[in-house]
Design a binder for this molecule. Structure first.
Ligand code: FAD
Ligand code: UDP
Length: 370
């Protein structure tokens, strides 16, 4: 009998397994995929580290979390500076002086940019934004909304910006300086050699069973351990008895292109409505110091296509609108009645967790485990 069964070998379970093993607790970690690391899995393809489930940039404002993750890998100094391609013109992201000057060539100073955005957002004056469209217009005005937000967001989330919660867009910084760094956090980087090694180190003290779906033999697994941590979708655990939570899914189309440098940047977003993918990732640019992979006469690129989710697909993004938040709260009440099972991670807690949030939540839970 194990002390803990951890369902899912992603970052959340792995942090817990690592901390539990240090306390001498025995852990069995299972995952239905054929590999560990969940969505932060990276694999080496022809000498290039590839983010199999989409671009993953580690960033955090917490010194504690940064020190924690640095125990497991050396991080490079990669700074995410995505570029947007709107109908053949390129714009810097996040929204900063470079973007403003490209959109409005007569805008040269922060004051001029503030005035122009003020003129464009006055249609929202005095109103509290109650959806993403209103939030975006009040933050950056209509020109930027139409070119850089509307098409991308509606593809990504599969519904109109006027039906999406305002919070989603608040993730993006808005700056009146010439700074293309996508994140405001103090610490940022990519682990040299990829993320999978981090998870392998975290799981070194645990037993691991891959290709194993908990629900294929739930009765057996329930007797394997004294406590269970479930990091799959919470509604799936309860067999969707209260209804399905909504997720967005993605389809990744990855290929090798026989050129040294395909697009000159790790991430280029396609913000028009017509292009069916949201972004193209060129993986070698995540490790610019890795001259060996950088100089190869080939490169690996991934097109990311947003997709509707249905049972059986990979659930990538929780859709945190009112209906889903209410439904999640009902599932949480059911979860609280489970004596042996604790729910965690991005799917178990139905939260849009970045990696640093995931680590923080796992460490928080660890403190509460007896
Ligand atoms: P997961 O990684 O999803 O792990 C859950 C695991 O549980 C999966 O491996 C799954 O196979 C397994 N599982 C589910 N059900 C069962 C079952 N019944 N039986 C067995 N196993 C099961 N964060 C950042 O900080 N920076 C980024 O740039 C960033 N980019 C992202 C891009 C994308 C496209 C996505 C989807 C997420 C991104 N994130 C990013 C978030 C990051 O991926 C998460 O914070 C992190 O992976 C969450 O870890 P987790 O363990 O909670 O979940
Ligand atoms: N977004 C946008 N245009 C862009 C990039 C992002 O409108 O070029 C919006 C979109 O709604 C997205 C949100 O900002 O869902 C958050 O973007 P982020 O890059 O943080 O999303 P993630 O990396 O989690 O997919």
């Amino acid at each position: 009998m194990f002390s803990y069964l951890l369902i899912g070998a992603g970052l959340f379970s792995s942090v817990l397994a690592h901390e539990l093993a240090k306390q001498g607790k025995s852990c069995l970690v299972i995952d239905k995929r054929t590999h560990v690391a969940g969505n932060i899995y990276t694999e080496n393809i022809d000498g290039i580290n590839v983010h199999t489930y989409g671009a993953h940039i580690f960033h955090t404002d917490s010194k504690e979390i940064w020190d924690y993750v640095n125990q497991f890998a050396e991080f490079n100094r990669y700074t995410n500076c995505p570029v947007a391609n709107y109908k053949g013109s390129l714009y810097n992201l996040p929204f900063n002086m470079n973007t403003f000057n490209k959109i409005w060539p007569d805008v040269l100073t922060p004051e001029q940019a503030k005035n122009r955005i003020g003129e464009q957002s006055c249609e929202m004056a005095g109103k509290v934004p109650c959806n993403l469209e209103e939030q975006a217009i009040s933050l950056v005005g209509r020109d930027i909304y139409e070119r850089l937000i509307k098409g991308y967001t509606e593809k990504q989330w599969g519904r109109s910006c006027s039906e999406l919660p305002p919070e989603i867009i608040k993730r993006l910084p808005l700056r009146y300086i010439f700074d293309n760094n996508y994140f405001n956090d103090r610490f940022q980087g990519i682990p040299v050699g990829g993320y999978t090694q981090i998870i392998e180190k975290m799981l070194a003290g645990a037993d691991i069973q891959l290709n194993t779906d908990y629900f294929s033999d739930k009765e057996y697994f329930d007797t394997c351990a004294e406590k269970i941590i479930f990091t799959g979708p919470i509604d799936c655990y309860f067999d969707y008895c209260l209804g399905e939570l909504e997720y967005r899914s993605l389809r990744f189309e990855t290929g090798i292109v026989p050129v040294q440098n395909y697009q000159g940047n790790a991430v280029i977003n396609y913000t028009d409505a017509e292009t069916p993918f949201t972004r193209i990732i060129e993986h070698k640019h995540f490790e610019p110091d890795n001259k060996e992979s950088f100089n190869l006469p080939k490169t690996v690129v991934t097109r990311e296509y947003p997709a509707d989710w249905k049972i059986g697909d990979d659930p990538y993004y929780p859709v945190n609108d009112r209906r889903n938040s209410d439904l999640y709260n009902k599932y949480r009440k059911l979860a609280a009645r489970e004596r042996k099972v604790i729910f965690g991670g991005r799917l178990g807690m139905y939260k849009y967790f970045d990696m640093d949030d995931t680590i923080a939540a796992a460490l928080e839970l660890f403190k509460c485990l007896k």
